[in-house]
Design a protein around this ligand. Structure first.
Ligand SMILES: *Cc1c(COP(=O)(O)O)cnc(C)c1O
Length: 398
């Protein structure tokens, strides 16, 4: 029982620092409005940016996928779990983002977390000639992937292109790989991808782009950050997730066919896990169609207009509304207790906004992470604006 005592004391420390996380159980479909404990709440904390998770066509496609392929895949991709739906989705995605990467193939993964572990270990596993250059605000899965690959990792500061240039110039590694989020998940700002890619080309380095929050939401056709910045290079490795804007689940990597074949042959997070249910891949074919078409464009335009509405409507003095043009609109409060009190006060008014604390964000930068989605109405965003403006004025009076 000594272990239990030790675990309990660690939990007690989290409690003292206002770092205990609580899960709420949702009883309705995922969407802008949720039912929780028998009450309707407005959800401003999900990554379902285009509100596709409860789109009737996507839901119908998922049901059709179950009828066609059954409930589960039954095995890993390299045994018997690779279905026609997985193959079709990979072809569709390769064609969709392939305009930005020469000789691209795409590979579907169960989760983005696993895709990032696979990419970084697959590109570098134990190789002494490889060095990673990792942006300081990168997602945990990129950090873990770099650690798991047992190579040297150099961290450069947030959006600090000059610092990266210095590190690349000083490196003697044969293979240099720069790794970055495209849209920073807790800040909402964009990495300076054109400058990063130019540096990579200058130094013969590769660029791994994690577009978890960009795929579906950025670019004229929703192809993501590469389309937004109009980037093209054979030395790009692109990771997009499919459980956020695409509304279903899983992720994909698009890269040169030799990179993809390497992942299929060697990446443990690809090989040693049961393939995701084929029905998910089947539903995702419909998600990608919606993203690529007129409806996707209209949904992205709606998100953009809600972002403008929020940015012009908020009148904050002590709290800091981060500069962001994406659906991720963080408001930095600072300390954990005030952040969690604010989140609780909003929730009491039926507004679910996530309170984000360390280690997800650096110490002292706890924040409300507001996310907007295509399915929100202007009236709902007005309600959020009024609540936040009023709350900031009263929250320090305690
Ligand atoms: C969500 C996220 C991931 C992980 O993707 P999952 O499919 O949720 O596992 C990876 N990178 C970033 C930046 C993310 O926000």
């Amino acid at each position: 029982m000594e272990l239990l005592t030790k675990l309990q004391s660690r939990l007690d420390v989290l409690e003292e620092r206002s770092l205990i996380r609580k899960r709420r159980t949702v009883d309705s479909p995922t969407g802008p409005r949720l039912t929780v404990d028998g009450r309707e709440v407005l959800c401003f904390s999900s990554n379902d940016y285009l509100s596709l998770a409860s789109h009737p066509r996507v839901m119908a496609a998922l049901q059709e996928g179950v009828a066609l392929y059954g409930a589960g895949s039954g095995a890993s991709h390299l045994i018997s779990g690779h279905s026609r739906a997985h193959a079709q989705l990979e072809e569709r995605l390769a064609e969709f983002v392939g305009t930005h990467i020469a000789s691209a193939r795409a590979l579907y993964f169960c989760t983005g977390y696993m895709a990032n572990l696979a990419v970084l270990t697959g590109l570098a596993a134990g190789d002494k000639d490889t060095e990673f250059f990792s942006e300081s605000l990168n997602h945990a899965s990129l950090i873990d992937g770099a650690r798991l690959s047992r190579t040297t990792i150099k961290v450069y500061g947030h959006a600090d292109v000059e610092a990266l240039a210095g590190l690349l110039a000083a490196s003697t590694a044969a293979n240099k790989i720069v790794v970055t989020d495209s849209v920073f998940s807790m800040d909402g700002d964009l990495a300076p991808l054109p400058a990063l890619l130019a540096l990579c080309e200058q130094h013969g380095a590769w660029l791994v782009v994690d577009d978890a929050h960009g795929f579906g939401t950025l670019g004229e056709n929703g192809r993501g950050a590469l389309e937004h910045f109009n980037l093209r290079s054979p030395c790009l490795v692109y990771m997009g997730t499919l459980g956020k804007a695409a509304g279903v689940g899983g992720a994909f990597v698009a890269a040169h066919e030799v990179v993809i074949e390497t992942l299929i042959q060697t990446a443990r997070p690809y090989i040693f896990t049961t393939a995701a249910p084929p029905a998910l891949a089947h539903a995702l074919l419909t998600s990608v169609d919606i993203i690529a078409g007129e409806e996707g464009r209209a949904r992205r335009a709606n998100v953009q207009s809600l972002v403008k509405q929020l940015r012009t409507g908020l009148r904050l003095e002590r709290w800091q509304h981060m500069p962001s043009d994406t659906a991720v609109q963080p408001i930095i409060i600072g300390e954990n207790p005030e952040t969690m009190r604010a989140a609780a006060a909003l929730y009491a008014q039926g507004l679910w906004v996530g309170g984000i604390r360390p280690p997800t964000v650096p110490q002292g930068t706890s924040r409300l992470r507001v996310t907007l989605a295509a399915g929100h109405t202007a009236a709902e965003v007005d309600q959020l604006i009024a609540a936040l403006n009023a709350l900031e004025r009263t929250s320090h009076e305690r």
